[in-house]
Design a protein around this ligand. Structure first.
Ligand SMILES: NC(=O)c1ccc[n+]([C@@H]2O[C@H](COP(=O)([O-])OP(=O)(O)OC[C@H]3O[C@@H](n4cnc5c(N)ncnc54)[C@H](OP(=O)(O)O)[C@@H]3O)[C@@H](O)[C@H]2O)c1
Length: 312
């Protein structure tokens, strides 16, 4: 039996979901993989907050208490670039594998962090950072590693998709955004989602995995706004696309119109979908929950199990 002690950074939406999922899946993982998972310590900002299902004795407000303790690997779910970056760098330097859901950190410092992981001979798992529970990184890194990827096209942002679906039903852009905010599908400031920048960050991560670092020659980003018009028989989706072109890769995020029979038209509400075109395999479709506590936690836990296979 392999015993694995996990240090968790952050216990909000995603971190809390991870704690509950580890609890729920513990005995299956023990029986199936011969791995005993234990949460050793959990970093939070405010240890007095109510956190249902979380053992208070594990909480700490000291990052070093988590990273420098006797943990086998670190799961980062605090978000942001500054503190998360400092903690992840320290964990990698101390030869701890890290699993993260943080696309903003990868967009800002991914290259440096992957080099640090490789220098220290540890893993940096990031399945949860793009499309939540949809295993698109695993598909690119493993399932499609034998093929040349020509193109990746997807609906990578659940918030804008939710807003576009409400606009199809007749709501104005402003009311649709307000509805998304009420239901927790959009942040109070939804600019990152609606401007296309969130999709662009995720697309860059996918492009690096599929085509290699430094291949991007051109990128254009256009989001959605009140000017999206309803046209009978069609819907609009915010599409992110990375394409291999002569001399490199081009990235584009833009609203595109589809007829009802197109598979992207059937991607509703906060769902995500990705189609990967391989030279040999043709189109491979993936879709599902792109965010939320449980789907994102499931992606983190899958990466944890992947890291555990590498632990001696
Ligand atoms: N939410 C989603 O559906 C989703 C989906 C995919 C990826 N992600 C990514 O997952 C990450 C976490 O998102 P979230 O929605 O779970 O955020 P969240 O609910 O705001 O949770 C953040 C957690 O980190 C803690 N924290 C933040 N800054 C800290 C600091 N400097 N020191 C110590 N603790 C700190 C907070 O502590 P307190 O609880 O004490 O405030 C909280 O527990 C982000 O990178 C996000 O982009 C989220």
């Amino acid at each position: 039996m392999k015993r694995v002690r996990i240090g968790l950074l952050g216990c909000g939406t995603v971190g809390g979901g991870f704690v509950r999922l580890v609890e729920r899946e513990r005995s299956r993982i023990r029986d199936r993989y011969n791995v005993e998972l234990n949460l050793a310590r959990i970093l939070v900002r405010d240890s007095s907050k109510e956190r249902p299902g979380v053992d208070r004795a594990l909480l700490t407000t000291s990052a070093l208490d988590v990273i420098d303790r006797d943990c086998d690997l670190i799961v980062e779910a605090i978000g942001g670039v500054h503190s998360a970056g400092t903690f992840v760098r320290r964990a990698l330097a101390r030869k701890r594998s890290v699993v993260t859901a943080n696309k903003a950190l990868l967009a800002a410092a991914g290259g440096e962090l992957f080099r640090a992981a490789s220098r220290n001979r540890v893993s940096l798992g990031f399945e949860a950072s793009v499309c939540g529970g949809v295993p698109v990184i695993a598909a690119l890194r493993r399932g499609l590693a034998g093929d040349t990827i020509e193109r990746i096209t997807g609906i990578l942002n659940g918030t804008s998709n939710y807003v576009l679906c409400r606009m199809e039903e007749g709501l104005s852009f402003t009311d649709a955004v307000a509805r998304a905010q009420e239901l927790g599908f959009a942040e109070r400031d939804a600019t990152l989602d609606l401007s296309g920048e969130d999709s662009a960050q995720k697309l860059r991560i996918l492009a690096n995995v599929a085509f290699g670092d430094g291949e991007v020659r051109k990128a254009s980003v256009c989001g959605i706004g009140g000017d999206v018009r309803h046209v009978r028989g069609t819907v609009v989706r915010l599409i992110a696309e990375a394409r291999r072109v002569a001399g490199g890769v081009e990235l584009c995020v833009e609203p595109r119109r589809f007829t009802y029979d197109h598979p992207f038209a059937r991607v509703r509400d906060e769902q995500n979908a990705v189609v990967i075109r391989g030279r040999a395999v043709g189109d491979v479709w993936l879709g599902g929950a792109g965010a939320g506590a449980s789907p994102t936690a499931a992606a983190l836990l899958s990466d944890v199990l992947e890291c555990v296979r590498d632990l001696t």
